[in-house]
Design a protein around this ligand. Sequence first.
Ligand SMILES: CC(=O)[C@@H](O)[C@H](O)COP(=O)(O)O
Ligand SMILES: NCC(=O)COP(=O)(O)O
Length: 240
Amino acid sequence: MSILLGVNIDHVATLRKARGTIYPDPVKAALLCEEAGADGITLHLREDRRHIQDNDVVRMRPLLKTRMNLEIAVTDFMLDFACQIRPQHVCLVPEKREELTTEGGLDVAGQIQKIKAATRKLTQAGCEVSLFIDPEPRQIDAAIECGAPTIELHTGAYAEAAGTELAYELQRIADAVSYAASRLIVNAGHGLNLHNVAAIARLSNIHELNIGHAIIAESVFVGLRQAVQDMKQAIAHAMQ
Ligand SMILES: CC(=O)[C@@H](O)[C@H](O)COP(=O)(O)O
Ligand SMILES: NCC(=O)COP(=O)(O)O
């Protein structure tokens, strides 16, 4: 079975934000990505609203034909918002205002009770919870203790690595998948692109890859439909 592709459409909204216009509409982009073969749509409602806005989430939720994976920080506002919207999936991510993009995984092990309570609240609202964590056994164990059925392994260090570091970071992810796969649904994402996705897609027991920035960047040249199809093909080809 092929690994699923969740397309993150945050950076369609980045382009919109650049001029404060109403276009390009991330909702239109999401529906097009689904038509092109996306298995789900991921969007990150950041506290600083640098791209996705609350109203994008509200408008998109009833229109998606696949499923919404809403990424949020673990704050009272964001948890309450998610419980109102009730996306099929909610991924809890760390956030720092000053970060250019997500820098590391959520420190679940260091705040077990908080994450356990957030997981319980979202689960009771009918959302499937995923925890965005670094590929570390202690974080995987903590995710299990919190009752989350799914983790998303942060592939940023792998995506940014070069030389011998690359092999080390890929092995870290492979080891984490092996450690978690019998107890959790294992997704992965961040910084993946057409050039580095194959090595991750070849790992057994990964359920879904969440990819955004690279797909939106590629769409500038080939269009969004083709960019999604190209990524789907790259994942499928890697698995042959
Ligand atoms: C959690 C993660 O790695 C991404 O899904 C996140 O959305 C990155 O943040 P930006 O989209 O703001 O770069
Ligand atoms: N959780 C990862 C994601 O949704 C997309 O990350 P990126 O491909 O935009 O780096």
